[in-house]
Write a protein that binds this ligand. Structure first.
Ligand SMILES: *Cc1c(COP(=O)(O)O)cnc(C)c1O
Length: 495
């Protein structure tokens, strides 16, 4: 199966090339030419499997340059690093409400599901396409992605990773997570400024042919761990298929029955993977797209206008504070009947005007499958408290957005009966101050103190990767100006 660009269908490549290149040359995103279909035989096999086997099975249907055995080697390594035997347990919290916990990986957020796999896929894809250089991953991060990428690429053969974070705008917990990172192939450095400064500095490096040739001479090729890479999206399809299998095995549904998935969304990658699972044969009633007060997606589904010209809010669910949801392009491509020219024109409008409008018939098609909603900050807080009181179940701020939007959905539609999987994207202990405040009404500024109080209050334990972070050795304390980014990279390469 080949991959095509959303902006030009005649651009065609293999799965390995799609992963190596990340983005198509015309700026479009790679999508599979056709969606593989799950047959009765596939279901029979999948139902018997553990998670690494299911993930390898689903990936093998998309990545034809990789064998099932090869992929199984990678999934066993990647998900062997998770803190539970089942890397993504499905927890039944109420009669028809299930929570899919995607945060048992090394950084306690759902990014781990894909970023523990991407390094294996990327270095194998490089070998398959005949590239001989080492892969140099550059990341500018506002927090979560940087740490997840560091953990994913740490000590992976043939790769190096450098992460730049801004001195302003990263939480103490996130900063410490990165400064104490282990591994012989990693480097972390703060850039004076805010996230935009760090991001634009890194973007400049990617566009700089002079530094590219210097790196090439040193035997390196630059690459990105960005969420639009197919190698990050594909592993996410697997957990939707797998949780559906879990519901079948639990006797809750039968093959073909419809379920709801409710997903706290930002860049639209996670919920898009659910949509793709549906294309393969997972029975879908509604995909519920949950946003916080940066509800550009809610408005888009309701009005047909995607408009980024609006105020940006910092919220308790920072990983969803996004105005441009890059992966939406892949959904639009399917909804408009794969009209690549139309997509190219709209994405150009987005770039020049910051907005675009889709046709009423497309909005209609979207509404058949998607439901949308958003949570105000007070809803998010109240939902954390509500879920703990009612179900004795602790959720983080992002998951709370999804739970809140699901509750609104059920009340508005009366659909209390369809089995619903709420996707939980982070451990509550990643946001201990906000979660503790929601439960106790008390304000604690220090994250480690809030962690201890939260443990006592809820009689739960913080995950190992977040414990004792304040006692770990700081390995990376460098701070640079954004003009020094070139020399910093070249110095790393020369060492
Ligand atoms: C990245 C992230 C999201 C948003 O996921 P998208 O794929 O960008 O929609 C939600 N919650 C958490 C905790 C995240 O880290």
């Amino acid at each position: 199966m080949n991959y095509i660009s959303t902006r030009n269908k005649s651009v065609r490549c293999t799965s390995a090339q799609a992963i190596v290149n990340g983005l198509a040359q015309d700026g479009g995103l790679f999508v599979p030419e056709v969606f593989p279909q799950l047959t009765q035989r596939d279901w029979d096999a999948l139902l018997e499997m553990d998670y690494p086997e299911r993930a390898a099975y689903v990936l093998a249907m998309y990545l034809e340059d990789f064998s099932y055995e090869e992929l199984l080697g990678y999934t066993r390594q990647a998900y062997g690093r998770f803190d539970s035997e089942d890397p993504c347990p499905l927890v039944n919290v109420d009669e028809n409400i299930y929570v899919l916990e995607l945060w048992h990986g090394p950084t306690c957020a759902f990014k781990d599901m894909a970023l523990t796999m991407l390094p294996h896929l990327l270095s194998a894809a490089r070998a398959k396409t005949g590239e001989k250089e080492r892969t140099m991953i550059l990341v500018a991060t506002s927090g979560d992605t940087g740490k997840a990428a560091l953990e994913g690429f740490c000590d992976v053969e043939g790769t190096d990773i450098i992460v730049f974070y801004p001195t302003g705008g990263v939480s103490d917990m996130q900063k410490l997570q990165m400064m104490t990172q282990k591994g012989a192939n990693v480097y972390v450095c703060a850039i004076r400024g805010n996230f935009d400064d760090a991001q634009s500095a890194v973007k400049r490096i990617f566009a700089d042919s002079d530094i590219a040739s210097k790196l090439q001479n040193a035997g390196y090729k630059l690459s990105s761990a960005n969420s639009i890479n197919w190698g990050r999206l594909a592993p996410q399809i697997a957990y939707y298929v797998s949780s559906y299998c879990d519901l079948i095995n639990a006797g809750k549904i039968r093959i073909g029955d419809k379920v709801n998935f409710c997903v706290p969304s930002g860049n639209f990658g996670n919920i898009l993977a659910a949509y793709y699972a549906g294309k393969m044969g997972v029975g879908l009633n509604r995909l519920i797209c949950a946003s916080n007060v940066n509800h550009v997606l809610t408005d888009f589904f309701e009005t047909g206008v995607y408009d980024t010209n609006r105020e940006f809010f910092k919220t308790m669910s920072p990983s969803m504070d996004i105005l441009i949801s890059s992966n939406l392009e892949r959904l639009l491509f399917e909804i408009c009947g794969r009209d690549d020219r139309l997509i190219a024109a709209r994405m150009n409008e987005l770039k020049t005007k910051g907005s675009y409008r889709i046709d009423p018939s497309e909005s209609e098609a979207l509404r058949e499958l998607f439901a949308v909603g958003y949570a105000e900050e007070a809803d998010t807080q109240g939902t954390i408290e509500g879920y703990f009181d009612e179900y004795d179940y602790l959720i983080d701020t992002h998951t709370a957005v999804a739970c809140s939007v699901y509750d609104q959905y059920a009340d508005e539609t009366g659909d209390y009966d369809t089995p619903t999987v709420i996707v939980s994207t982070a451990s509550a202990y990643k946001f201990p101050c906000d979660v503790y405040r929601a439960l106790s009404g008390k304000e604690i500024v220090d994250a480690f103190e809030a962690t201890r109080e939260l443990e006592t209050l809820t009689d739960t334990q913080a995950p190992d990767p977040l414990r004792g972070l304040d006692q770990r050795e700081v390995r990376f304390a460098d701070v640079i100006d954004k003009e020094q980014i070139d020399e910093t990279i070249l110095r790393y390469v020369a060492k």
